[in-house]
Design a protein around this ligand. Structure first.
Ligand SMILES: Cc1ncc(COP(=O)(O)O)c(C=O)c1O
Length: 381
């Protein structure tokens, strides 16, 4: 055996794999991993099949097929008032995860620091570490999951190359508002700091709130890679198609990485998504659709010993279980799966410094019947 000195020694099997496997083994209701248990629009599947039959089955252009890049650019203009050039500022990727990896790999060098806000999506820190950068973790406040701007200011150094933000936020459902945008703008003003803005839940935002895309703000857009995912928007997480929009100079560097990570993304799926996105099909329905699911889940959980935390976007609901037990979150998540038949996700795998609070994440991107069955079990806990 040739000894391997792991480049990611602290990375094991992700909690999503562990919990989904446990749910499958035990026949539990799976509210753990973030994916819908219902299908996408059948016409989207028809569109993929049609593009396949019409022979769009070979490599797509490295930067993505033109109709999809045009549709993405048009959407940004219509929703956020910024025109990105489809030729030089829009790149289609194999999911948001690839886009995050490419952006970090493109601009982060050994010695650079990258600020992440914990709890954070689990791919951020490994991407930074593989690029040789140093993750600088700033904790969101509990239980509001708000940004501590004093801590952010203290975290910024001359070596800070990037700040990674995510709104609507996984796993907490927190959303950045205009006040946070002002604080962020002031923080990076005059610096060389780039922003990676993970906006994969951009259309899943509730209670009449407006998604504060970096694209809305000149000074922020000028230094931002914005990441999106059609897996979230079109209920097709298994298709793994996402994208990045960024100013041309950033996109040039981004594409240098993308072309050697995946080179290009699934061709017929890109064309089918372009057909839908060009007419903005399904976008505006997404927020009310998921808000109704959030509200249903909350209503069904009334009278349980779980206490919901505010969820203003994404398809995740955090529940405080301190009225039930003070067990560590991962232990309780496993016990809840075994004893009550509902799988959830602890927040500890999203945390690096903070002591994990007594909360679990439940994904409500599920059929109403699934939520009803899960809640019927959870209210008995
Ligand atoms: C916050 C966040 N960013 C990025 C992604 C990755 O998206 P994709 O499935 O398109 O790779 C996810 C998926 O769960 C996510 O929750």
């Amino acid at each position: 055996m040739i000894p391997i000195d792991s480049k990611l020694p602290s990375v094991g099997t992700t909690i999503f794999t562990v919990m989904s496997r446990l749910a499958a083994d035990l026949g539990a209701i799976n509210l753990s991993q973030g994916f819908p248990d219902f299908d996408c629009d059948p016409e989207l599947i028809d569109a993929v099949a049609r593009h396949m039959r019409e022979g769009r089955n070979q490599y797509a252009p490295m930067q993505g097929v033109l109709p999809l890049r045009q549709a993405i650019a048009n959407k940004y203009e219509a929703y956020y008032g910024r025109r990105y050039d489809p030729d030089t500022e829009v790149t289609v990727t194999s999911g948001g995860t690839e886009a995050i990896f490419d952006a970090v790999a493109a601009v982060v060098r050994p010695g650079d620091e990258v600020i992440v806000l914990e709890p954070c999506y689990d791919s951020y820190v490994p991407a930074i570490e593989l690029a040789g950068g140093t993750p600088v973790v700033v904790s969101l406040t509990f239980p509001q999951y708000a940004v501590d701007w004093d801590a952010m200011r203290r975290a910024v150094t001359p070596r800070t190359r990037m700040i990674m933000i995510n709104s609507p936020h996984n796993p907490t459902g927190a959303v950045l508002g205009p006040a946070e945008i002002d604080r962020l703008s002031a923080l990076v003003d005059g610096s060389r700091i780039l922003i990676l803005s993970d906006e994969v839940y951009e259309h899943i935002i509730f209670d009449g709130l407006r998604h504060e895309s970096m694209a809305r703000y000149d000074a922020l857009a000028a230094r931002s890679f914005i990441v999106g995912s059609f897996g979230k928007t079109y209920h097709t997480t298994g298709w793994k198609v996402g994208y990045t929009v960024a100013p041309a100079a950033l996109t040039t560097e981004f594409r240098k990485v993308h072309q050697f990570v995946t080179f290009a993304t699934n061709t017929p799926v890109q064309y089918a998504i372009a057909d839908f996105l060009a007419v903005r099909r399904g976008l505006d329905e997404l927020a009310p659709f998921y808000q109704a699911k959030r509200d249903l889940f909350l209503r069904l959980m009334e009278g349980s010993r779980f206490t919901p935390l505010p969820c203003r976007g994404s398809y995740f609901q955090l529940m405080d279980y301190s009225a039930i037990t003070d067990e560590p979150d991962a232990d309780f998540a496993i016990r809840l799966t075994r004893e009550s038949g509902v799988a959830s996700i602890p927040t500890s795998p999203f945390l690096y410094r903070q002591r994990p609070p007594t909360v679990l994440r439940f994904c409500f991107a599920k059929k109403d019947k699934t939520l009803e069955d899960a809640a019927a079990r959870l209210v008995r806990v």
